[in-house]
Every structure is written in structure tokens, then in C-alpha cells.
Design a protein around this ligand. Structure first.
Ligand SMILES: *[C@@H]1O[C@H](CO)[C@@H](O)[C@H](O)[C@H]1NC(C)=O
Ligand SMILES: *[C@@H]1O[C@H](CO)[C@@H](O)[C@H](O)[C@H]1NC(C)=O
Length: 467
């Protein structure tokens, strides 16, 4: 008992910070997701604690990226915003800074007027010792020529090569690692990717996406992919810290449920993605509606069911947003469907819901980071059998997969009913998902995977410059 009390007190002292951090303005979350070198105070908590695991930022084993110390790395970002691609590149910047690499960042496409988000993100980088240069400056060109490694992030950033490096392109290509996160057809444009066959390597977030790029570039453009490395992403230490703190989770859960008008015993299914047809919120709501019908027809005993759509942007006034709202109104399910505005602060929602639905359509997600984030919170995932989701969710173990498109509406509805009726199954799947995250989807795992790639690329680049 004494131990329990000790744990409670030490964590209780800490949770206000965690919660404050998680609930603060959206840009703050970037720094939560992307910060790697803060939180030394967690050490203290760990010493007295044996039940609530709080990850220390002090590395226990040697950092796999250590060999990058004092290497000069140029990171080329297509744009700078609070979206997946740039944030991931920023994470890489900080991982490299942590081992003492010299990191230079350029943003190829910037609006002419000053932008608050860009300003704040750039300052975050400057604070961490990342040098930020203008994309078209002579300094950027010089850095590209001198660098040990150049990382181009996303397919569209390829435009920078010809536009800025011009005749220097061939000298830089042998040390370029091209990190690709897209899988939509319009990225397969020659003007973006024509140099792809000549770079040292490509890094892609999932096997399915890598396969798709391979066949698509060949069929559509007649070009061959360079050596391609698949690197699954990992959860940040900060996210894991919240996910593993039962106190933080409880407080967040109470807070969010109260704000949505959902009771503690109700079961909540959520989809967390920017609202668009490709992410499948319409089909999710149809499945949810069907699941309510199934429960009624079969006279099942289940707690009240709710659906939450996180990622709305009504100010965008899209036809799709309007369509979602009219569906909810027509079916008279306004009381149990909740729309939440777009946010990067996903942890409070993950702490409050019972099941994550990943309903991305067509070829699915390239990776789908929200999936591993949800698993960290011990949530089962009901996902489409497409894209990166199939490499994360173990069907029948950490969740269930359903087909994309209209065909998937009833299977998803059935899976929702199954999880609503079988509490034990839901909890077991959540726990297994969490175990899977601990085995392969942590930041440390991602660092290890990236380290192998960078080692390979540096070797290649070195042998090229000697030959
Ligand atoms: C959500 O966004 C809409 C439109 O942009 C806005 O009117 C509303 O106040 C926002 N809601 C919250 C809770 O921020
Ligand atoms: C997932 O597993 C269920 C049974 O647990 C099965 O009916 C379904 O076809 C599987 N889906 C995929 C994509 O493997």
C-alpha cells in the first residue's frame, strides 16, 4: 500500500504539468510531439515510482544516431506548417541535434506575408540550434554542396533541386535521402520526382506505400526507384508519457467527456483526422448509424454509444462538412454524434475515447500516425484494410480491419457492435495494441531504423565522392 501512495503523490505532483502541456494552444503540441531533450525532471519521478511508467529522457543505451555527431545535414522541407510531413522532419532535426549533428533547415515554399505558425516553428528550431536559411540563398546552395547528407522531405520538395541548385544538382544527388509520405496520384509528376532514380536512397513510411511508388513511378513515368528503405514511425516520448500516466489520462478523460456531454460509462468511438472524403468520416458515420440499428434490432445490452469526429473545420465551409452534418440531422443522431474542431492536441481525445476508427479510403494512409498513438493509449483500432494501417493493426488481435468503400460500412458497424458488447475483448485488444507499440512503435525504434538508413546513405555518399 505504501508503494501505491508514493506513486500517487509523485505522479500527482507532476500531472498538472502534463495536462497543462497537453491542453495548451495547438502549436504547443508540436513541441510536445517534437521535443526530445526536455523533461529531465522526470528522473526524479522515476526513482520513487514502480507502477506508473514515466519514460526518462536520459538514454539508457547508446543513442543509435551517435555516429551522426558533427555531421552536416541539410533538411529541405516543402513547406512549414502544423502538418504531418514538416513536423516529422522537425523531429528528425531534433533527433540529430541531440547527438550533435550540425543541422540546417530550409523551407522551399513560404508565403510572402509573415505567418505566425512559421515564425513559431522556426524559432523553436533556432532555440534548439537548428540553423534556418532561405531556400533560394547562396548559403543554402553552399550548404548543399558541403553537407554530408541532404534530406528532401516529401515528393513535392523535389522542385527545389532544379530551381535552386541548377547545374549543381548532379553533385548533390549522391548524398540525397528522399523521405516520401505521399501516396496520391498527383504527386507522381515528372517535375517533382525526375531526380528520384539518381539519389542515394528513398525512405518511405510503409511497405505498401513503397510498393505503390515502385510500380507507379515505373508505369506512369518510366523511372526506377532508387534503393528504398521502409521506416515505420514511432511515438514521441512525450505522448508515451501521457499515455502511460493513469492520472493524466483520468483527468483528461473527465475533462473532455464533460465538455462533450458524454458520461463515464458511455462508449465512445472516434475518428481523428482532418475532415475530408479521403479520410472516410461519411462512411464512419454511416457505420455508426448502422451499429445503433443493429443494437436495437438485436435488443443488445450495451452502454449508450457515441461517435466523435475530431478534425472538423466548419469555417472552410466545404460541401463535405455540410454533408456530414445533414446526415446526422436526417438520422436524428445529433445527441450522440459530436464534432470537434481540427487540433493537433490529440492526447486529450485519445485519453477519453474507447475505440479509434481509422477509416481512410482508397489506398489508405501512407502510415497513419494516429493509429500508433491510439494504441499507446490502449485503444483497439478498427481500421480500413488499406495502406499503412495493415502494417500496424494486427487483425483480430489489436483491432479489426474492414474493407474500404461502401462495402466496409456493415463490417465496420458489426465490429463496433462487437466491441460495444464485449468489454473484455475491447480491453484485451487495447492492451495488445499497447504491447505492440512498446515492441516496435516507439521513438527509440524509429531512431534505430533511421540510423541504419543514414549509415547506409553516408557510406554510399562517401564512396561516391572518392571514386
Ligand atoms: C470551431 O470552429 C468554428 C468555425 O471555425 C467556430 O465557430 C467554433 O467556435 C469552434 N469551436 C471551438 C470549440 O473552438
Ligand atoms: C480480419 O479478421 C476477420 C476475422 O477476425 C476476418 O473476417 C476478416 O476477413 C479479416 N480481414 C482482413 C483484411 O484480413
Amino acid at each position: 500500500m505504501a508503494k501505491h501512495t508514493g506513486t500517487w503523490i509523485s505522479v500527482q505532483k507532476r500531472w498538472p504539468f502534463v495536462i497543462l502541456a497537453v491542453l495548451s494552444i495547438s502549436t504547443a503540441f508540436v513541441f510536445i510531439r517534437a521535443s526530445f531533450d526536455s523533461c529531465n525532471n522526470t528522473k526524479q519521478v522515476e526513482d520513487t515510482d514502480s507502477h506508473v511508467t514515466i519514460t526518462s529522457s536520459v538514454p539508457i543505451h547508446p543513442n543509435p544516431l551517435q555516429f551522426m555527431k558533427s555531421k552536416l545535414v541539410l533538411l529541405v522541407s516543402h513547406e512549414l506548417s502544423l502538418s504531418g510531413g514538416p513536423l516529422l522532419l522537425m523531429e528528425l532535426a531534433f533527433l540529430l541535434r541531440n547527438v550533435g549533428s550540425k543541422v540546417v533547415w530550409i523551407t522551399n515554399q513560404k508565403p510572402a506575408e509573415t505567418d505566425e505558425v512559421i515564425y513559431s516553428l522556426e524559432h523553436k528550431m533556432l532555440d534548439r540550434g537548428v540553423e534556418v536559411l532561405a531556400a533560394k540563398s547562396q548559403e543554402a546552395i553552399d550548404t548543399a554542396l558541403k553537407a554530408d547528407l541532404v534530406v528532401i522531405n516529401t515528393a513535392v520538395a523535389g522542385k527545389w533541386l532544379d530551381a535552386v541548385l541548377k547545374e549543381n544538382v548532379p553533385r548533390v544527388l549522391p548524398k540525397v535521402l528522399w523521405w516520401i509520405h505521399e501516396m496520391r496520384g498527383h504527386y507522381f509528376k515528372v517535375e517533382y520526382v525526375k531526380h528520384l532514380p539518381f539519389v542515394a536512397g528513398a525512405m518511405i513510411d510503409s511497405h505498401v506505400t513503397a510498393e505503390y511508388w515502385k510500380s507507379r513511378t515505373y508505369e506512369r513515368l518510366g523511372i526506377a526507384m532508387p534503393k528504398t528503405y521502409v521506416v515505420h514511425l514511432g511515438n514521441s516520448k512525450e505522448l508515451m508519457e501521457v499515455a502511460e500516466s493513469s492520472v493524466a489520462k483520468r483527468v483528461l478523460r473527465e475533462h473532455v467527456r464533460e465538455s462533450l456531454g458524454v458520461r463515464n460509462e458511455d462508449i465512445v468511438f472516434a475518428i481523428i483526422n482532418s475532415v475530408s472524403r479521403g479520410k472516410g468520416q461519411d462512411l464512419f458515420l454511416r457505420s455508426f448509424y448502422e451499429s445503433l440499428q443493429l443494437v436495437r434490432e438485436r435488443k443488445l445490452q450495451v452502454p449508450p454509444m457515441h461517435a466523435v469526429v475530431v478534425g472538423s473545420d466548419m469555417s472552410a465551409q466545404t460541401k463535405f462538412e455540410t454533408e456530414l452534418r445533414s446526415f446526422v440531422k436526417d438520422k436524428k443522431i445529433e445527441d450522440v454524434v459530436h464534432f470537434v474542431n481540427k487540433t493537433l492536441t490529440v492526447a486529450p481525445y485519445l485519453a477519453s475515447i474507447d475505440v479509434l476508427v481509422q477509416n481512410s479510403q482508397a489506398r489508405g494512409e501512407c502510415f497513419g500516425r494516429i493509429t500508433i498513438e491510439a494504441m499507446a493509449f490502449q485503444l483497439p483500432v478498427l481500421g480500413t484494410a488499406a495502406g499503412g494501417t495493415t502494417e500496424i493493426v494486427v487483425n483480430g488481435t489489436t483491432g479489426w480491419l474492414h474493407p474500404v468503400g461502401k462495402e466496409g460500412v456493415m463490417p465496420l458497424a458489426e465490429n463496433m457492435v462487437k466491441l460495444a458488447t464485449h468489454v473484455e475483448k475491447r480491453l484485451t485488444m487495447g492492451r495488445k495494441g499497447y504491447n505492440r507499440v512498446k515492441e516496435v512503435f516507439l521513438e527509440d525504434h524509429m531512431s534505430q531504423r533511421i540510423a541504419l538508413v543514414l549509415k547506409d546513405i553516408l557510406q554510399k555518399a562517401a564512396s561516391h565522392s572518392h571514386s
